[in-house]
Design a protein around this ligand. Structure first.
Ligand code: MG
Ligand code: MG
Ligand code: MG
Length: 308
């Protein structure tokens, strides 16, 4: 009997780590004789497009709804970030580098979550553990996911393992980490024709905190002025979104990848809690967060603590 096809899927509004780790992990499983395909549940962003073109890899198939399917989750494990239908799918495996979320399973599954810089780093480790050779294009994809998530090894989420594995993958791919990394950052910053609303929702996550839901968007860029000079339009979009979705508050982190600083827009209630948690002052709905690059590590934990 042939095994039912399993799909490796990353989160909504997929980033380069989500897409690249799904392709790389599906390849690893195929090498082990399993019937596994990479998939995605959202549009390919410009940075990821650059990566797929560069290594001549096809887009993973788009899954509009995963109801009834067998799913391997990569790069997330919370229902607020999953593909539509996930509550009625069978999650058979999780490979991630985020906090443990709320995805439930009916039976015990393989689950690998580590506090490292990217899911791509973790997938590289799995190739090593299973003794499977990493083809050049797969090394290129995993290096891209790793460098994208860690902002070329600059984010505080970066570990020594990420640094070592980046060098190893760069060796296989034949690129220079810093040089290729800078190319990637340029791509990440391409906001193109994004509307203010798309700037807010492009890389967006919801968090259930004491008292309700908080929305946190992030724009990672080498040209933050492109966003900051549109502050009125961006703030208007944020007010709209907050009203539609009934958030306690909504913040947009505009992260300058080269300066390693963030300017945050803030709309909503509990401003004093936000200020206290992040040790800042909100003036005209904007606050400076020097040294902040990581939503996951530097913004969410203090906010959750302060909201208690
Ligand atoms: Mg991700
Ligand atoms: Mg990731
Ligand atoms: Mg990210």
């Amino acid at each position: 009997m042939t095994q039912e096809t399993r799909y490796v899927v990353g989160h909504q509004q997929p980033d380069t780590d989500a897409i690249c780790s799904s392709i790389a992990y599906a390849h690893l499983k195929q090498e082990q004789g399993e019937n596994v395909l990479p998939a995605r549940c959202g549009e390919i962003n410009p940075e990821t497009r650059f990566v797929l073109d560069r290594f001549e890899v096809d887009d993973p198939d788009l899954l509009e709804d995963v109801t009834g399917k067998q799913i391997i989750l990569v790069d997330h494990n919370e229902y607020s970030q999953t593909a539509p239908g996930m509550r009625n799918a069978e999650v058979v495996e999780i490979i991630d580098h985020h906090r443990v979320g709320d995805v439930e399973t009916g039976t015990p599954i393989h689950c690998r979550i580590e506090p490292i810089g990217s899911t791509s780093t973790l997938v590289t480790k799995l190739y090593r553990e299973h003794g499977v050779d990493i083809p050049e294009h797969v090394a290129g994809l995993m290096l891209s996911g790793l460098l994208s998530d860690t902002v070329v090894l600059r984010s505080p989420t970066t570990t020594d393992e990420d640094r070592n594995i980046a060098q190893e993958l760069a060796g296989i791919t034949g690129v220079d980490v810093e040089k290729y990394g800078r190319e990637l950052l340029q791509q990440k910053s391409k906001l193109g024709e994004k509307t203010p609303r798309e700037m807010v929702t492009g890389d967006f996550k919801e968090f259930e905190m004491d008292g309700g839901t908080v929305g946190i968007g992030q724009v990672e860029t080498v040209t933050p002025e492109q966003v900051l000079e549109q502050r009125h339009a961006v703030l208007d979009a944020m007010h709209e979104i907050r009203e539609e979705r009934d958030y306690i508050f909504l913040t947009l982190l505009v992260t300058d990848l080269l300066e390693e600083d963030t300017e945050a827009f803030f709309v909503g209630d509990r401003q004093n809690v936000f200020e206290q948690a992040l040790d800042t002052t909100v003036e005209d709905e904007q606050a400076s967060l020097p040294g902040v690059m990581s939503r996951k590590k530097q913004v969410v934990p203090p906010l959750e603590e302060a909201m208690k």
